[in-house]
Design a protein around this ligand. Sequence first.
Ligand code: NAD
Length: 525
Amino acid sequence: MKDSDIEDAVARVLSGYTGVAAPKPAFKPAPEGCAWEATKPADPMDDIIGGILTRALSERNCSCCKAGDCKGASGCLSISDAEAVELGDGIFATMDEAINAAAEAQKKYLFCSMADRKRFVDGIRAIFTDPAILERISRLTVEQTGMGNVEHKIIKNRLAAENSPGIEDLVTEAQSGDDGLTLVELSPYGVIGAITPTTNPTETIICNGIGMLAAGNAAVFSPHPRARGVSLLSIKLINRKLAALGAPANLVVTVQAPSIENTNAMMAHPKVRMLVATGGPAIVRTVMSTGKKAIGAGAGNPPVVVDETADIPKAALDIVNGASFDNNMPCIAEKEAIVVNQVADFLISEMCRNGAYLVKDPAVIAKLEARVLTEKGGPKTDCVGKSAVWLLEQVGVKVGPEVRLVLMEATKDHPFVQEELMMPILPLVRVPCVDEAIDLAVDLEHGNRHTAIMHSTNVRKLTKMAKLIQTTIFVKNGPSYAGIGVGGEGYTTFTIAGPTGEGLTSARSFARRRKCVMVEALNVR
Ligand code: NAD
């Protein structure tokens, strides 16, 4: 769109509101700092014009980007892999610089309107629902981390962009009475330090970025070093887009070389008021012991229980789909099946009809154990997030691409059952009855309070398991990913905080409850 077209469009819209042709506004580039603050209108109509103009300008930038002829301009989303890790657009040399910049940005952000926040959040959604960007970040993640599959990462990234709650999540409470009116509002913490995992690097940046900005915060990300390139690219894309929308610069930042030292510096920095760790037990323990407000979203070991009342063909398909999703890397994915003996053979045969490969030979199982487990019994990093075809190939079994899951029977003490493997190997434990299945599931979940799944048509047993297991997510008669909004109702989160109790985090989890009291007034009942 040309500048003159934009001006004409604004004039046309204005004449619709006023009934008379409006004077053409002068061209203004996207302002530095908050758009609302910089162009604070004397007349509400100016606000409408400002919104139209900013949107038109950002559309202009986007179409330029796609044509590749606005390189380097504010809002240009055409960033090469090499450029993604250069300084600028939210990428800083040191953690101290990054945090100071975010703190400055957040001070300006306090004076932006809720409508501005929504525009900025919508801007983030727009970046990561663009099919070309979705494909690129998903492919880069697989290339850089060596884990997962592109197709499923596209689904996860899109889900984070479309379905993470925004400002509508911040609901104000009001109490009125003889003594006046009190409001309880959800207010930002300030600068939040967010640590992100290798398994969902971009999904977590998108999801946390939307929630933290919606709640009025600035975010400092500490990505996993293995996902450095794609994490920095995502942060740079967000900064470019926010700049085009007139947001304060550096609301979302990180360092050029993410490392454990930098994460430690972030956690210790006095300007970081809240920490959010999405990762394994070590980092969750670490943030919880900093003395700061911390949200810990830690490991899971989700059991799936199947009883004799379940729709077995459906349960089999759901389990294969859930346990093979992104090569079993989601923390919510089925990690072990506990099946009532009466239906176990039927379930196994149905799973094999739907992409599971049953390994029965004890020698092959022994080879698999040796290949994928460390001496301590945990998963070897180079096997995490690999495909079933790759894993079987490692132990001399050649299968076609239709195989999505390695299935084997095991006893409850087997390390594949006890450990969170994060690869598409599903051990199946037989039990005599549903009550034993539920007890074992509670045991194998290890008190993570993360995710569990059950296939049953017995409402009493479903209720019993839900009560006893106390997980944040409990999926009944569906694949695990229904719990994050793929084919299940409800919003999406990639930070499921069992240990610290926030559970399904969203914008309101990144906000403080503050009280505003008006005494002896504004009670109009
Ligand atoms: P990880 O714990 O190895 O790393 C997570 C992040 O913490 C990374 O950024 C890493 O650099 C950092 N980190 C780890 N140890 C650290 C230390 N001692 N000091 C400073 N920084 C440290 O986990 P991962 O392999 O990236 O991710 C997989 C794990 O995360 C699994 O256990 C999975 O269940 C869990 N996870 C949980 C959720 C959830 O919502 N609960 C979501 C995704 C992943």
